[in-house]
Design a protein around this ligand. Sequence first.
Ligand SMILES: [Zn+2]
Length: 222
Amino acid sequence: MNVVALLIVLVLFRATPDAFAIQGACPGAVIVVAATSDEYESVCTAVRSCTPFLKSLGLVLPDGLTLTLDDAPSGKSMDHAFGYYDPRNNSIHMLNYRAALESSRAAPSFGVPFDPAIWRSYIIHELVHAAAQGGFRRGAQRHTASEYIASVSQLVTLPPDERARILENFGELSGFDGEDITLNYYLLDPARFAINSFLHYQKPGNGDAFIRQLLLNGLPDE
Ligand SMILES: [Zn+2]
């Protein structure tokens, strides 16, 4: 966003509480509510970096999607460490960078030091949940399948050197076989679920074709 556009946004939203000084729309029309312009730009970087991958899967971000950066967990995140997508109101809530960094100190994500690229990968994870929501065939069971797609997208879009460092920490994993992609596995260990999903996605014959199958048929959610 250039300076003039940013000023216009600030004037338009001058009644916004100080905690959320910035509101604007990234390319792809994601409405971002953030405290600082740096955080706003980070979200837009995440949007830009996942858009080509989403497009290759025939997915788009839903119109009117709102992403709010919070400085404390909202209590609704359940199985997600740093944020969640709520399809009922087409919104994402994420911990801002500082809060996510603090939250990661007890248990580093993927066993690597937390940094802006890792934080953006979690933003991408939630953006992909939002995009996948509208891509599933009606009636498809989507919880497990959506976690697979979001996890794969999160790792595919990481800088290669960062991804390599993460994969080194999980050298014992060889990827899901297919039938072992379960919600229980995800709930027990989201990081290992993500790595096994990515490794499964990379196996010959899987890739984007497997994700397209998931969007059509889903996976069992029990
Ligand atoms: Zn998820």
